[in-house]
Design a protein around this ligand. Structure first.
Ligand SMILES: O=C(O)CCC(=O)C(=O)O
Ligand SMILES: [Fe+2]
Length: 338
């Protein structure tokens, strides 16, 4: 249940969850402003995180902590998810997106609580087709194309396990027990979902936007892509083009880790511009708390000089208030910060 401070917050402010309604903002983007810059981003070597040498492990944990605080973002290389599995899952989703619009419309339900939802953007605003699938605690998947469900289940299990390892490392980097986040956020019954994103290449699109600036609603997001060139993260007032090798996994710190740590970990603001030449597919897995977990800044992160900066509410309420999406292309989190 929302706390009193939150209720008064909503009485004072009118937040209208109009989904990507701000056309002015859309037209406001110039070609130049979408270019982004090339800069270093943190890279974590998973082999070092799992090394037998405690000194190496603790160096990797420190690096994860630093990346979570300074960037809200890092790349993971040498992780255990096989490249062949990521390729298979990508192929299957391309088969899904290549089905007729009539078949896909079965999932165009307009009900944000549905566990499988397909949706295509108004191409005048931005260019993206997406399929949301809730996979934990209960696994859902469309029956077609055949084979998608089996592959997605296997992939989902592996990425979730990787995510749990990262939660352990983040907990330790914060000076806490390694199962701190796992227990506090009830991850055993954590609500996790995928969004499969299909972006056309630039030359087949009316505009350059794939997704407006936003933070993710989850705790942590783990993403694979078929081709680079598209994702940009905001860091120190600049947009960095995220370039990385095939089979590295992108990790975003998301809203609920920022709320839980009272702002110590940063939810990264990011956006997607279209790849100039290639059709681009990405598959973020959004790892969240269980739907009924009330998340507020934990006592470990609150003191006289760090009062709670966010209201407490359940993950379900947060998703509902958010229309299960971002608002006006802006970070929802920025709007609820005290
Ligand atoms: O497609 C990407 O590169 C990022 C996707 C993303 O940010 C999202 O779906 O929330
Ligand atoms: Fe995102």
């Amino acid at each position: 249940m929302a706390d009193a401070k939150l209720t008064s917050f909503f009485e004072q402010k009118t937040i209208t969850p109009t989904f990507y309604g701000n056309v002015f903002q859309v037209n406001n983007y110039t070609e130049e402003s979408l270019c982004g810059i090339t800069d270093e981003v943190p890279i974590i070597d998973y082999l070092i995180l799992k090394s037998d040498d405690p000194a190496q492990r603790s160096r990797a944990i420190d690096n994860i902590g630093k990346a979570s605080r300074d960037f809200g973002f890092f790349l993971v290389k040498n992780h255990p998810v096989p490249e062949s599995l990521s390729e298979k899952v990508t192929e299957k989703f391309f088969e899904f997106f290549d089905m007729t619009e009539e078949e896909k419309r079965k999932y165009d339900t307009r009900d944000p609580t549905d566990m499988i939802r397909w949706w295509k953007a108004d191409p005048k605003l931005f260019s993206r087709e997406q399929l949301n699938i809730a996979v934990h605690p209960t696994f859902h998947c469309p029956p077609n194309p055949s084979g998608l469900s089996e592959i997605l289940k296997e992939y989902s299990k592996m990425v979730r396990e990787l995510g749990l390892e990262l939660f352990r490392a983040i907990s330790k980097s914060l000076g806490l027990e390694e199962d701190y986040i796992e227990k506090k956020m009830n991850l055993e019954s954590g609500h996790s979902f995928f969004t499969a994103n299909d972006y056309p290449p630039r030359q087949h699109s009316q505009n350059r936007m794939g997704q407006f600036d936003h933070t993710d609603t989850s705790l942590l997001t783990l993403i694979i892509q078929n081709v680079g060139g598209g994702l940009q993260i905001e860091h120190e007032g600049k947009w960095i083009n995220v370039k990385f090798m095939p089979n590295w996994i992108i990790v975003n710190i998301a809203d609920h880790l920022e709320i839980l740590t009272n702002g110590k970990c940063k939810a990264v603001v990011h956006r997607v511009v279209l790849n100039n030449e290639k059709r681009r597919f990405t598959l973020p897995m959004f790892l969240g708390p269980s739907l009924n977990t009330i998340v507020s800044p934990a006592p470990e992160f609150v003191d006289g000089s760090h009062p709670p900066a966010y209201p407490g509410m359940s993950y379900q309420e947060y998703l509902e208030l958010n229309g299960y999406q971002v608002i006006d292309g802006k970070s929802w989190l920025q709007q609820i910060r005290y």
